[in-house]
Design a protein around this ligand. Structure first.
Ligand SMILES: [Ca+2]
Ligand SMILES: [Ca+2]
Length: 366
């Protein structure tokens, strides 16, 4: 196999700053302003507390989950490290993320007692369970025969566009010499094994756009057909039946994309309006996105006055009437935010967003 590997212990520190909340010791420090942060791969550690397995466990103590428990300490006996057993001929460790991600980098925290065993390592990314047939491995990175230093952190970059839900770390070559086989068990006096104090996976959630959807940044959008007009509630159900929900607008970029898109769709139809996923609570004042992970609450009144983002047309969004649902409304040749009664019928915009709540089910490896 082409061992196109690289590792750079020095650079991992830099990435920790960019990730900002990875190392407990750094959490106490005040976070520097964004523009002064060191440049690292985009995303954050998405492996923490995720589901893990490993091929075997030394003394039943050094379990796979210890490598994603948030403790990045590298003192083998004080901190929390995973360790496969000494009679494992093919040691490997796998983490299953909550959903598909674009994987940017992997950081391995190598214990002080590694004794040079962090070598001949291959890191692969899979879109499906690697234990099931048909899973396709994508090589992220590898560590060759020169061991990483004991007690250091190693950051490895994946090739651009590496995508998947499962990351498997395995040893490609085991230490030779002292292997012996008794029955079906392998033993190695030097206990060559896979030791991982922590594995951090930096990535960003990724959603596949189904047919009929259009990608913009990390989300997929569907615009209702020409004559498909529905109430806000029914529109929401229609979006949900195709695996989406009403669009949640979190930034000017996203708003500009949608406004331009529906402007083109509407053409000369000046009375077209489109529902999106913002509605007013019964207190008659608070606007709320349907996505609990999105920015909460949207300022009423003057457009774009404050964060979080809003694009109300003058006089919209700030009165206490029965118009509880957000529509995009065309005014002066441009679509901006308006409010209307939820039971009126309009076209609508669906989104599949990586921030929408994911069903949290364990059982990745079944
Ligand atoms: Ca740990
Ligand atoms: Ca969105």
């Amino acid at each position: 196999m082409g061992m196109d590997w690289s590792y750079a212990p020095e650079t991992s520190i830099e990435y920790h700053q960019a990730g900002s909340d990875m190392e407990p010791t750094r959490q106490k420090k005040k976070r520097p302003p964004k523009e002064h942060m060191a440049k690292g791969p985009p995303g954050r550690n998405v492996a923490e507390f995720a589901e893990t397995i490993q091929s075997s466990t030394l003394q039943r103590i050094y379990t796979a989950d210890r490598a994603v428990d948030g403790n990045t300490g590298k003192k083998f006996f004080q901190d929390t490290c995973a360790h496969t057993s000494c009679n494992d001929h093919d040691p490997h460790w796998t983490v299953c993320l909550q959903q598909q991600h674009t994987i940017n980098s992997i950081t391995i925290h190598n214990p002080d007692k590694a004794r040079g065993r962090l070598k001949n390592i291959k890191i692969e990314v899979f879109q499906t369970n690697p234990r099931k047939t048909g899973a396709i491995a994508q090589l992220c990175a590898a560590i060759g025969p020169t061991p990483a230093l004991d007690g250091t952190s190693v950051t490895l970059l994946c090739p651009n566009g590496t995508r998947g839900q499962y990351i498997r770390i395995s040893k490609t070559v085991m230490q030779q010499g002292n292997w012996w086989q008794r029955g079906r068990r392998w033993k190695n006096n030097k206990c060559d094994a896979l030791l991982l104090c922590e594995v951090e996976v930096v990535g960003t959630p990724y959603v596949d756009c189904p047919k009929g959807f259009e990608r913009f940044q990390d989300s997929c959008y569907h615009f209702s057909d020409d004559d498909d007009v529905e109430s806000w509630f029914q529109a929401r159900i229609s979006c949900q039946t195709i695996g989406a929900d009403l669009a949640v607008i979190e930034s000017k970029d996203e708003n500009d994309f949608i406004a331009a898109k529906i402007l083109a769709l509407a053409g000369n139809n000046n009375n077209w309006s489109f529902f999106a996923g913002l509605h007013k609570l019964n207190d008659q004042m608070t606007w709320m996105w349907i996505d609990p992970n999105a920015v909460m609450g949207v300022p009423s009144g003057q457009p774009n006055a404050l964060n979080p983002f809003s694009d109300w047309r003058d006089g919209q969004g700030d009165d206490t009437d029965d118009q509880h649902c957000l529509t995009y409304f065309k005014d002066n040749l441009k679509f901006t935010w308006d409010h209307d009664e939820c039971c009126h019928s309009h076209r609508y915009i669906c989104e599949i967003s990586p921030t929408f709540p994911q069903p949290r089910c364990r059982g990745c490896f079944r």
